[in-house]
Design a protein around this ligand. Structure first.
Ligand code: GAP
Length: 433
């Protein structure tokens, strides 16, 4: 496992337009981040890869997209009003606020001042619906996307022609008023989740739990994350969330230690039963083959999109010592790289030819970028930092031999490829990278 200075990755994210501090011109706002031109593409590609593997390629998972604000009773039923809390401690002197589990000792880690007793702090963001701001209009921004899947269980079941076992997937924003957002985007107050709730017969809970743990671990390799930096960790009984009978986390080795990327949880019938109780609606399932009526159990896979993106970047980041310089490079997989192919002209006289080539590749569905502002060496370095796997140079020989130079980001080797075979060749390279 490689160690590196995480601050270098943060500065690359800003320098190359992956991630910016939100409201930076006003001094920033803690726990909120904005994605720039490269970041938004990377995010889209990761989301798309998740959807492709979890929904598109399967006939037993369907998607949905719910509101971010749901009926407040949702959060009473789910247990979030009562249980979604972190213990919080304040410094009496500097007024800084800490999560109790981050404090060791009796004194403030910042100023050495005295500390208050720990108080429970609910992490849900509150808002009001409509013009009056009293308790009757109070609502919450969702802290997870999962609950609207449960409240829509019957709607989806009745309209999608699915039968248990089947899953419902959703991606979208979630909000948590974290006491201490930290480690760049790793713990934010606004973030995106990619969640799938898989409804099973109670007798099959273990089989499906094991199945989804394996599938989800494999998915991270598809996003280009190296297996040796991933591990599974089973939750001890005392750390299980209020809804979970069993949870296994997928963890990644960051410069700040092993950290959770995703939880695969056996939620049993907790959620559906609670919504049956609080809404008075029948959310049970009738099996037409066995004639059995039951409340399905749920195996949940819950990943963070922003956290996955940070992991993809951290895993791809490298500083390579070359003879005369250090090369900073992102070894992003072509499956998620914001730019798959950059095209340069060797000389300004070849600008139009190179632009035509780039436009042609773009039309064929490749993610491309044209650049002619700088010497070829500098253009390569810029694309290394953007994580672009291949660069093409159109030179004077190209006019004669109808070929271009393809430069491989990882090996820095160059090869000559005829334009008639270029797209197929690039697609082969993407598959094998
Ligand atoms: N529905 C279950 C659920 O929400 P969770 O472990 O609280 O479970 C799931 O969250 C995933 O969402 C985490 O593994 C992480 O990837 C992401 N996540 C949670 N809180 C986050 C935060 N404050 N910032 C960024 N990502 C977060």
């Amino acid at each position: 496992m490689k160690e590196f200075d995480f601050n270098q990755l943060i500065s690359l994210c800003k320098r190359r337009g992956f991630i910016f501090q939100d409201s930076e011109i006003y001094g920033g706002i803690n726990g909120f981040w904005d994605y720039g031109p490269l970041g938004v593409e990377l995010k889209r590609n990761i989301r798309e890869l998740w959807w492709m593997e979890m929904v598109t390629k399967r006939n037993d998972v369907v998607g949905m997209d719910s509101s971010i604000i749901n009926h407040p009773k949702t959060w009473e039923a789910s247990g979030h009003v009562e249980n979604f809390t972190d213990p919080m401690i304040d410094c009496k002197n500097c007024k800084k606020r800490f999560r109790a589990d981050e404090i060791t000792g009796e004194k403030c880690p910042e100023c050495g001042g005295g500390l208050t007793e720990a108080k429970q702090f609910n992490l849900m963001f509150r808002t009001h619906i409509g013009a009056s701001a009293d308790s009757s209009s109070e609502a919450f921004l969702r802290p997870e996307t999962a609950q609207a899947i449960f409240t829509n269980f019957k709607n989806v079941l009745d309209t999608s022609r699915q039968k248990v076992p089947f899953g419902i997937a959703q991606t979208g924003k979630s909000f948590r008023n974290e006491i201490n957002p930290r480690n760049f985007t790793f713990r934010s107050r606004e973030f995106e989740q990619m969640e799938m709730e898989f409804f099973v017969h109670p007798s099959e809970r273990e089989k499906w739990f094991e199945y989804w743990v394996e599938r989800r671990l494999d998915w991270y390799a598809k996003a280009g994350i190296r297996k040796e930096n991933l591990k599974l960790r089973e939750h001890a009984k005392e750390e299980l969330a209020h809804y979970s009978a069993r949870t296994i986390d997928v963890e990644y080795y960051f410069p700040f230690g092993w950290q959770e990327l995703e939880g695969i949880a056996d939620r049993g019938d907790f959620d559906l039963s609670r919504h049956i109780e609080h809404s008075g609606k029948d959310l049970s399932y009738f099996d037409p083959f066995t004639q059995e009526k039951f409340v399905p159990y749920v195996i949940e896979t819950s990943a963070g999109l922003d956290r996955t993106l940070l992991t993809v970047l951290a895993d791809a980041y490298d500083e390579e010592k070359l003879e005369e310089e250090t090369r900073t490079v992102l070894h992003l997989s072509p499956s998620v790289a914001p730019i798959q192919v950059a095209v340069f002209p060797l000389h300004k006289k070849l600008k139009e030819n190179a632009e035509r080539l780039e436009a042609d590749l773009r039309k064929q569905g490749l993610r491309t970028f044209y650049d002619d502002r700088g010497a070829i060496g500098r253009l390569y370095r810029r694309q290394d930092e953007a994580g672009t796997p291949f660069c093409l140079t159109f030179d004077f020989d190209s006019l004669e031999d109808n070929a271009v130079t393809v430069r491989n980001r990882d090996t820095m080797q160059q090869e000559r490829v005829n334009l008639s075979q270029l797209t197929d060749h690039l697609r082969d390279l993407f598959k094998s990278s």
